[in-house]
Write a protein that binds this ligand. Structure first.
Ligand code: A2P
Length: 268
């Protein structure tokens, strides 16, 4: 890894790994993906997040990032927003293959299969970079063992912002390890809110109007068989959670599995 002495010292002082960026792909002026090497000792559950950082003015600055790669992948993948004056992302968006990043050693999070009761269908509701934890979960064989149908919804402002998810689902369906399950069970449902598209509107409106269920050809949400995972902005989480609760689903946690789980898509 091409880390500087300062980076190595910062990592050691804050209990972090130094990892090397292996690839970077920019989707729009607001979104990009990057991949890094993975420490041999680093284990995580699909859907968890980890703290990623850079040395900024000599000090390490960390933000939470969902791990987008599956737990069997030898690299790590992250999907990030770019905030022009964001303390971390204004710098992180400039990284290139060969650069070093800092990564704290302990992953955590609630968007994990363990926090959900078994069911028939799992809905993964995402907006913007909130798709990242689901990018990991839809590539985990356990998700397909646990559910008959895996419905990934992704809503963005613009059509170009859906591209990461489209490439991801296509690659997942063609994957030698899990393609067979994904082709059978994975449904990708996209919508856009700020320009014309085949489907428009916020996911909350598509749930409330019943259009989501009509389009999918499934019955409305039922706590006996349906499970939910939600990842997006604070407002999106709150509004989607309210709709799931109105349908009778109750929130779960690692120590008490339930019918849905929630995690904020981190920004900064
Ligand atoms: P909208 O364009 O109507 O604001 P962002 O990039 O700001 O996080 O937004 C990602 C997507 O989430 C956008 O399509 C946005 O719709 C949608 N969104 C924003 N707030 C909510 C909310 N409270 N409930 C559902 N969707 C939301």
């Amino acid at each position: 890894v091409l880390a500087t002495t300062a980076e190595l010292e910062a990592a050691a002082a804050s209990g972090a790994f130094v990892q090397e960026v292996t690839s970077v792909q920019h989707y729009t002026d607001r979104l990009f993906k990057f991949r890094t090497t993975r420490p041999a000792s680093f284990r995580f559950r699909s859907g968890e997040f980890v703290m990623i950082g850079l040395l900024i003015d000599g000090k390490p600055l960390y933000r939470a990032y969902s791990i987008a790669s599956p737990s069997w992948d030898e690299e790590l993948e992250f999907f990030s927003i770019k905030v022009p004056d964001g303390p971390l992302t204004s710098k992180l968006q400039l990284i290139q293959p060969g650069n070093a990043i800092l990564m704290k050693k302990k992953p955590t999070g609630t968007l994990v299969n363990d926090a959900l009761l078994p069911g028939k269908r799992v809905y993964m509701f995402s907006t913007g970079t909130g798709i990242a934890p689901f990018a990991s979960l839809i590539r985990d064989p356990e998700t397909y063992e646990k559910f008959d149908q895996v419905i990934l919804t992704h809503t963005c402002r613009e059509v170009a912002e859906l591209k990461y998810g489209e490439e991801l689902v296509e690659a997942t369906r063609n994957d030698p390890l899990i393609g067979e399950y994904a082709r059978d069970k994975l449904v990708h449902y996209t919508s856009v809110t700020r320009e014309p598209f085949v489907r428009t509107g916020r996911i909350t409106d598509l749930i409330s109007s019943g259009k989501l269920f009509a389009d999918l050809g499934v019955p409305p949400l039922d706590p006996a068989v349906d499970r939910g995972m939600i990842c997006g902005s604070m407002d999106m989480l709150k509004d989607t959670k309210t709709l799931l609760e109105q349908a009778g689903l109750t929130e779960g946690a690692n120590n008490k599995p339930g019918e849905f789980v929630v995690e904020r898509a981190f920004v900064g």
